[in-house]
Ligand binder design. Structure first.
Ligand code: HEC
Length: 118
């Protein structure tokens, strides 16, 4: 049997991107008990598949707190960074009690979230 090798990015740029994503995936292990990356699959928290660029509180089959429902932001680097630094500061009364105090960890996990398809 022949095994095909996918042609993907190579060289330093790809290595860097892969490094960042791998680091982010490691951080995401802390999110995974509450968040699926599969679109439409909710756990304690809403699916994070395609969350980057999505409006807050809009996963259709998830029951958000009124805090997140009324947040009305688009999830990008800035809003995700603020949210992960302190969810209850960003959206007072949110059900999400987990935060990521380390700036590099936040950057890495946000880079990972960016790669998740809708
Ligand atoms: C203990 C469970 C738990 C953990 C761990 C957790 N979350 Fe959450 N998350 C939630 C809950 C619950 C909500 C819904 C909040 C609400 O409705 O108030 C949420 C909401 C979110 C949202 C808003 C999604 C939307 O559709 O608007 C994002 C983004 C998010 N979490 C990212 C993360 C990331 C990234 C991590 C890991 C660094 C993480 N969460 C860890 C429980 C968790």
């Amino acid at each position: 049997m022949m095994l095909a090798c996918n042609g993907t990015l190579s060289g330093p740029l790809a290595a860097h991107a892969e490094g960042v994503t791998a680091a982010g995936e490691k951080i995401f292990a802390h999110c995974a008990p509450c968040h699926s990356t599969k679109p439409g699959e909710n756990k304690v928290g809403p699916s994070l598949g395609g969350v980057f660029g999505r409006k807050s509180g809009t996963e259709p089959s998830y029951s958000y707190s009124s805090a997140v429902k009324g947040l009305n932001v688009t999830w990008d680097e800035t809003t995700l960074d603020e949210w992960l630094r302190g969810p209850s500061k960003f959206a007072k009364g949110t059900k999400m009690i987990y935060s990521v105090p380390d700036e590099k960890d936040r950057r890495d996990v946000i880079a990972y979230l960016k790669t998740l398809p809708k």
